[in-house]
Design a protein around this ligand. Sequence first.
Ligand code: MG
Ligand code: MG
Length: 638
Amino acid sequence: MRTGIATVCLSGTLKEKMQACAIAGFDGIEIFEQDLVTSPLSPEDVRKMAADLGLGLDLYQPFRDFDSVTEDILQENLRRADAKFKLMSRLGMDTILVCTNVGTATIDDDDLRAGQLSRLAELAGNHGVKVAYEALAWGKYVNDYEHAHRLVDTVDHPNLGTCLDSFHILSRDWDTAPIEAIKPEKIFFVQVADAPKLSMDVLSWSRHYRVFPGEGQFELAKFMGHVARAGYSGPVSLEVFNDVFRQSDVERTAVDAMRSLIWLEEQSAKWLDANAASLIPGSADGDSLAHAARRRRYPMELATLPKVAEPAGFNFAEVKTDEPAQLETLLGQLGFEFAGRHRTKDVQLWSMGQARVIINEQAPSHSEPAIAALGFDVDSPVIASARAQQLRAPVVPRKVQADEEVFQGIAAPDSTEIFLCQGSPDGTAAWTHEFGEGLEHPAAAGSAVIDHVNLAQPWQHFDEAVLFYTSALALEPLPFAEVPSPSGLVRSQVMQTSDRAVRLVLNLAPLLQQGGRKSYQEHIAFAVDDLVATARAAQARGLDFLQIPANYYEDLDARFALEPAFLATLKELNLLYDRDANGEFLHFYTATVGSVFFEMVERRGNYDGYGAPNAPVRHAVQYDAAQYDSLHTHHMHR
Ligand code: MG
Ligand code: MG
């Protein structure tokens, strides 16, 4: 698949954008007119630079408001087009995007439109330029790709073809199957963008909320499957207008963009395989048949990636700090056992059942506890690591001694280190033998596991994180939710496996003022069989619970009419409760140390959520606690 990206997706100058695209590995780019107009580079400079960087200049865009106009406006538009065609010849470019009219169109007549497009195609032909006609979702008279293509068909000129843009098609819910009916030589260009499902006007949605494939909710693999089946083999180019991407680091965004296309390519090949049988009457199924059908029929070559299954579970969570005392106390109070120190590194292992927490003391001095790494159980760490690296995930170097387990590590966008570990059917981990020499390792009691981990994401890398966990780790994103907190709305995105063995929650969290500094809060949640017993034991060991206000329990009673004794227990132990059609959820939180706190949960029945109705209570109490800490610290320093 020939990969491309529009310069409008990125921040910086045209030169910086082009360099970043080349570094990220794109085959070509679309020059967004404004990037050229505002650039000190001459068209000839741009042409030379692209050639030096090995970048194709695949599309010049956009040319707006051409058709459906009066004759005098048309004359003006043809003059304008002529100037752009001349410019393109200096750039060495041969394809221009012309979008349907939104501004100056006054005549709704397909015959007139076809006539005007015919004159444009004739002029383009004289300059050796191809016009790719794109239906904008908010075009005044033409806003549907099939309509735009009917016009192209009517004109029937070799210099006029169609541009298919997934945003304009999927935002309007147009059926994508008819793409297959378009002749391949008439598809001049394909642009892809994803987007979250939002209820708003299409123009604002398009201008501000487009995201890279895999970061939104559009069915892009299906769209691409139809494009491939149509016989198209030209550039597949990202055109993503997004307020965040245009402010963030250009090289990093270009890599994120490239990752999205590599992933989309794989997903498209999968869609074609899964839907191949439907094309061949009488063929029921069969992988090899599907592969053969794909290879035989489609000129678009779709590369695949090393295949990984979704992770089987969390292997460990790692908290880094050089001041571990509070953390050790907290884990002990929760019922964790100290399982020893690593034989060569300044690292401790704590465990409860199959839940393992590593305290890594190899931290700069005065580092407050923070979640630094997560280990996931995978079938093959080597294959999973190869896949992640082909998806341009940065590798995390980790020193190991001979005969120690080598961890394959990659860095997530928020710089959490992700380790791909060899899973075992009984949930144990071989590397734990590197800890606690001389200590007895009793069979871990209870069936505690890591239930979920909640990671705070910086705003500029939130979408990138969703794509990272989707593509590299095969987690499935749920639609995001927004949770109110005293310091703002918290955007919350659940990423999970189909069996829920791994649940990761990405939060776009507001910063909390705490102890004179700002921090995010993140947590690790452990599931146990009997939360009330766990809470009582923790209480007896002196655990500092997050204190839940009495109002919460009154509201709980109003909503659920709980047994009075049960309600009293919840209140006494600061437990939170939720219930839905699938089951019940009990949970409690610890106070925060550094930027980390812990949660203990019990899932009853098939309860599948995270106690979302309780999240605002948790945020409010933590906000209060942080205010208090802040005040307290302030007084101490006076
Ligand atoms: Mg477009
Ligand atoms: Mg939670």
